[in-house]
Design a protein around this ligand. Sequence first.
Ligand SMILES: [Zn+2]
Length: 116
Amino acid sequence: MTVDSRTLLEELRADAAAQADAASAALQDLLHDREGSHDDDEHDPEGVTLSSEWSRLAGLAEAATEKLQQVDDAIARLDAGTYGICASCGGPIPPGRLEVRPFAEYCVACAEKLGR
Ligand SMILES: [Zn+2]
């Protein structure tokens, strides 16, 4: 189980890192586009599109970074030998929950209590 969890978490970590990289690269591109289009466009018809695209990408980048953090925390708990143990009540986190959320920090009851 330990090996499987680590493999799973490392895959998730790679995914989240790739998502964070892709989102921040897209944000950089958007920034360049915006700078480039400044001079020749008085009406700025793309302004709204650009800013909604910007919010979308910023949201993606934020979500990916957050996920990366959660996965890193889970890997740290794996290293510390506390993986799969609820951080609140100290009880075991059901394997079914870890399958759905490999980075779960709390058991179902505590997660509900804490609103996670
Ligand atoms: Zn608990």
